[in-house]
Design a protein around this ligand. Structure first.
Ligand SMILES: Nc1ncnc2c1ncn2[C@@H]1O[C@H](COP(=O)(O)OP(=O)(O)OP(=O)(O)O)[C@@H](O)[C@H]1O
Length: 184
């Protein structure tokens, strides 16, 4: 049975988690993302299940996906540092719109990532899947069209990604080799 209810009327509903979330009793339902009183721990709350994060919130915490918040670029999109007003930090991967990345593909990827829970795997803590109406250039004119924004939010890794370490180790290895050759 699908973990998410499918709706043929509203494509955004395909990612809406039922309430209360599976495995939780009514009084244990995951708290809202938005802090209502005191500080709210984004990362802790998402230990229950990745949460829907509205686009406006992701824009707010990434300074509207500004360049100075870019952490890196992968095959599927850019990754931004999102800093919540309470100081919590997350990594927001804003997916490129690309052929083949439809709602079904996004949902499958989301389901797979949600199931991955291991201390050595960066944890998915939220997602965003929204359609906005906006002016876009089209054949020399500006037209009003639907634009889909999809993002995946992960725990922020303070030390960056493993590939930087591997690259660092390779550089260190070759510098040592060159020093040894010079000593000979
Ligand atoms: N959770 C994170 N915390 C901090 N930095 C991150 C995080 N995730 C990604 N990054 C940064 O963003 C860069 C791009 O990450 P991304 O996962 O998009 O691409 P990738 O690691 O090349 O994998 P792929 O393109 O296959 O998805 C990484 O190299 C890293 O520097």
């Amino acid at each position: 049975m699908a973990a998410f209810p499918q709706s043929h009327h509203d494509p955004l509903n395909i990612l809406m988690a039922p309430s209360p979330l599976p495995g939780l009793r009514e009084h244990e339902a995951a708290p809202s993302l938005f802090p209502t009183r005191g500080s709210y721990n984004l990362v802790h709350a998402s230990k229950v299940f990745p949460k829907r994060m509205p686009l406006y919130l992701l824009k707010k915490i990434t300074n509207d996906f500004s360049e100075d918040r870019e952490l890196g670029t992968g095959a599927y999109g850019k990754v931004y540092k999102g800093v919540h007003k309470n100081g919590e930090t997350i990594a927001v991967k804003l997916l490129h719109s690309m052929p083949g990345l439809d709602d079904k593909c996004f949902e499958e990827e989301f389901q797979n990532l949600s199931r991955l829970q291991h201390k050595n795997i960066v944890r998915l803590i939220g997602f965003c899947h929204e359609t906005q109406r906006e002016f876009v250039p089209h054949e020399g004119n500006m037209i009003f069209a639907d634009s889909k924004r999809m993002a995946l939010c992960f725990e922020y890794m303070h030390n960056g990604s493993l590939d930087k370490y591997i690259f660092g180790i390779i550089v260190l290895f070759f510098s040592c080799m060159i020093s040894l050759i010079h000593l000979k």
